[in-house]
Design a protein around this ligand. Structure first.
Ligand SMILES: Cc1ncc(COP(=O)(O)O)c(C=O)c1O
Length: 302
């Protein structure tokens, strides 16, 4: 029993996936967080740190640019704590995510698919709304180092404990880079031999060295020079194409009962390929950041 839904964030299960590989492979089911994704952890941490630092005051408004899950998490937290929440989102956002944000009472402004620094982009629009709204606060998941710290303090220690310190390889999709660098930092501090693998969209800003092309995998892809990745916690960046990620979704649901979202499809594609070279001493953890339920209308599972 607990007094708040926010106390239910974290402590998600680590489940063995019987891939038939020599390596032992686990999936960390982050879609079982109450808001449905890994972003519950970082959103809660950023909001509560801002409250403590006096940056977010009672009756305030939270403004954020988000492709979906950070927005859902903030909408849930805002509802619980009594803040107004205004979200700007890119056009590729799924109908399910958009509806979930509004279901918690938040406002969403959908913006065209233009580069990060274009004044019409969802990032530029969020900055504009922040400047125009009194008593407002932007968690700014893209630049706020507290995003990384959230995963350093919660996700990393959970994985270390759940694997009894045996983890050898950690795979996570990267958008802001908060998950992979935060949990990766913690894991490497426990054992510097742990390999940290970031999964990126094949045509992201980062993967194409500044010449991005649109991609359809949602919630991931390094679209800017992320300060959260400017460290030595990631060993390798693995890139995945849309069709490779989407191709895994049906298999994971049909064969393993895991209805995963598109970034998890990218993670499992990258990990599945990588683990062919690993022996029986390897203990692999893949992050499954959200559920396929957020993408059912897109037809990937039928
Ligand atoms: C489902 C899912 N996977 C992966 C990511 C990427 O995580 P990060 O922003 O910590 O790099 C996100 C971020 O929104 C997400 O929602």
């Amino acid at each position: 029993m607990t007094n708040s839904i926010l106390n239910c964030i974290g402590n998600t299960p680590l489940v063995k996936v019987p891939f038939g590989s020599k390596a032992i492979v686990y999936a960390k089911l982050e879609y079982l967080n109450p808001g449905g994704s890994i972003k519950d952890r970082s959103a809660k941490y950023m909001v509560e740190e801002a409250e403590q630092e006096g940056k977010l005051k009672p009756g305030g408004t939270i403004v954020e640019a988000s492709s979906g899950n950070q927005a859902i998490a903030l909408a849930m937290i805002g509802a619980m704590k009594g803040y107004k929440v205004i979200i700007t989102a890119p056009k590729i956002i799924s109908r399910e995510k958009l509806t979930a944000i509004t279901a918690y009472g938040a406002k969403v402004i959908v913006c065209p698919a233009v580069p990060f620094d274009d004044p019409r982009s969802y990032h530029s629009q969020a900055d504009k709304i922040l400047a125009e709204t009194p008593n407002s606060f932007m968690p700014n998941q893209y630049k706020n180092l507290k995003n990384q710290e959230a995963h350093y303090k919660s996700l990393g220690p959970e994985i270390w404990k759940q694997t009894n310190g045996k983890i050898t390889h950690f795979f996570a999709a990267a958008g802001t880079g908060g998950t992979v660098s935060g949990a990766g930092k913690f894991l490497k501090e426990q054992n510097p031999q742990v390999k940290v693998l970031a999964v990126d969209a094949a045509t992201s800003f980062y993967a194409t060295k500044g010449h991005p092309r649109p991609y359809a995998i949602e919630s991931m892809g390094i679209d800017y020079d992320s300060p959260l990745l400017q460290n030595n916690f990631v060993d390798e960046f693995l890139t995945v194409k849309d069709e490779e990620a989407f191709g895994m979704l049906k298999t994971m649901a049909h064969k393993y009962g895991l209805l995963i979202g598109t970034s998890s499809g990218a993670v499992v594609f990258a990990a599945n390929d990588y683990i062919k070279q690993l022996g029986k001493d390897a203990v692999v953890v893949m992050i499954f950041g959200d559920s396929g339920r957020a993408y059912l209308s897109k037809g990937y599972y039928s």
